[in-house]
Design a protein around this ligand. Structure first.
Ligand code: FES
Length: 165
């Protein structure tokens, strides 16, 4: 019996690979495609993790006033249960008239990694969308990774004008 030539051996291996791929329905090309798809998905996830917080920051409703050291708003413009977002000292802030009529002014910057919180009017709490951090209407941490409460900002009311700062 003669030994197989290298070319015959190679051909036999190829036939075996194709048979195996046909049997399993999972060839090398499919494997490489899946690997490349996985790398692409990871890259997109990483990109989203960087871009989303920036996107959120620029979605914050900005006041018509520039980023001043004070923010003023007529008392009558505040509705119980609603929050007004504005820029304060170059950062996002929020003034909330709670349902009981009392008010609170807070930094809208999450103390975890700096994303901007959202007011959930139906739940009357703040949500940080980046890592699901929840805060009470007073800014205290309810759950999630934030290590501390939202920072309180000073405000006063005079002549039916609310002044933050
Ligand atoms: S940045 Fe707000 S929970 Fe992470």
């Amino acid at each position: 019996m003669r030994a197989k030539e290298p070319i015959e051996e190679y051909q036999a291996d190829q036939d075996l690979d194709e048979t195996t791929a046909e049997q399993t329905g999972f060839g090398r090309r499919k494997f490489v495609s899946l690997c490349l798809g996985g790398v692409g998905a990871l890259a997109l996830t990483g990109l989203a993790a960087v871009v989303y917080p920036l996107f959120r920051y620029y979605l914050v409703p900005h006041s018509t006033q520039s980023s001043a050291a004070t923010f003023q708003i007529p008392l009558n413009d505040l509705v119980a249960g609603e929050a007004k977002f504005f820029e304060f000292n170059g950062s996002a802030a929020v003034l909330l008239k709670k349902q009981d009529g009392s008010m609170v002014a807070l930094s809208a910057v999450c103390p975890h990694l700096g994303c901007i919180v959202q007011w959930e009017q139906n739940k009357q709490d703040f949500l940080c969308p980046c890592h699901a951090g929840y805060f009470t209407a007073d800014g205290a941490v309810i759950s999630g990774p934030p290590p501390r409460a939202l920072a309180k900002l000073p405000f006063n009311i005079a002549n039916n004008i609310v002044t933050v700062g």
